[in-house]
Design a binder for this molecule. Sequence first.
Ligand SMILES: [Zn+2]
Ligand SMILES: [Zn+2]
Length: 455
Amino acid sequence: MSSKPDASRPRAADTKKVHIADTQMTRQNWYKHVNWLNVAFIIGVPISGCIQAFWVPLQWKTAIWAVIYYFFTGLGITAGYHRLWAHCSYSATLPLRIWLALVGGGAVEGSIRWWSRDHRAHHRYTDTDKDPYSVRKGLLYSHLGWMVMKQNPKRIGRTDITDLNEDPVVVWQHRNYIKVVLFMGLIVPMLVAGLGWGDWYGGFVYAGILRIFFVQQATFCVNSLAHWLGDQPFDDRNSPRDHIITALVTLGEGYHNFHHEFPSDYRNAIEWHQYDPTKWTIWSWKQLGLAYDLKQFRSNEIEKGRVQQLQKKIDQKRAKLDWGTPLDQLPVMEWDDYVEQTKNGRGLISIAGVVHDVTDFIKDHPGGKAMIKSGLGKDATAMFNGGVYYHSNGAHNLLSTMRVGVIRGGGEVEIWKRAQKENSEYVRDETGQRIIRAGQQVTKMPEPIPTADAA
Ligand SMILES: [Zn+2]
Ligand SMILES: [Zn+2]
């Protein structure tokens, strides 16, 4: 067995010299920054395939074969390279591991060992300089710029791959990578079409070259599109996102926010209706006895993350709203002063010991001017809470935005008790904002107060 280096692996840098990736790109040295071998694999070969397609007619049998082989090799990456080797989200028997190492090699995306090492660094150092395909460096960079441009391998975050070095299938594939690529990437698709229905050249161009192009572009989307498009239902501190389009393109790797939160779960999609053919395939292998130990996070843990993220979003929305001046920031008023001011024509109303200035609201009061005026200068707690009308939650919220003061204790109301209640009992969000839940406004009485009509 030969020990040729991995074709698309960055060559080890001379330790004494400054790596080219760490130097400024100029007109004179730009070509040194380019990884020409990868350019040939990722861009050159597909272009040659497109050109050849002009004079090679596409036969329908070859077209079907190309699609089937697309799924085989794509699943080699998603179910093999990604979920089996990079994340150990399940275990596979030897025959399945050999199969995945072969078809995964046919996708022409580097050896399992190289691919998984970078992918583990991507998870460990997401969005940082040590992330080999950080989307912070641009969408195009995360898609293929990171392979087309030379990277200093020492900058990529360190990860443990001792388990991969102990897997003979991984080691064998890494050592024979070029042979695997040529055989599985080009020769097998050509042989099947050639021996099957005589379309040697079509097999080479469509099931070989162009199919490689589509598999590469599709799986590259996991690094680019999945960090750029969609929602973040579990955590929004980093870039991974969930989107159906990414899932459709990547054989189910589109629920990437979930995946970065729960990377060792063999699933990407957790709902039955979400598109995750990689998950379905792994599950089917389990039924056939080829895969075992499928790892899954408890739904309790998954839901906790989802609820916390929802809470964070709600807190952000709540913080933008006007909930009225907090009680402890309101000036203290004497009861007599309150009564005096209303006599002088100011529209003040005291409810639960909180004084509200409703002067501008009297004309808009849904219950009419007379009703609201009857409470001015009085303790309207009971009237507001069922004595005249059991006001709505919306009314309590609106009322709190009109707060102007609190009545000193010992009068007709027990404001200090209530102020303390608001200060100590009310839950605060992570930014310290008080959370006023429906029905918990300080003006709200637990039960409607059935006093005689105040009018
Ligand atoms: Zn990612
Ligand atoms: Zn991953």
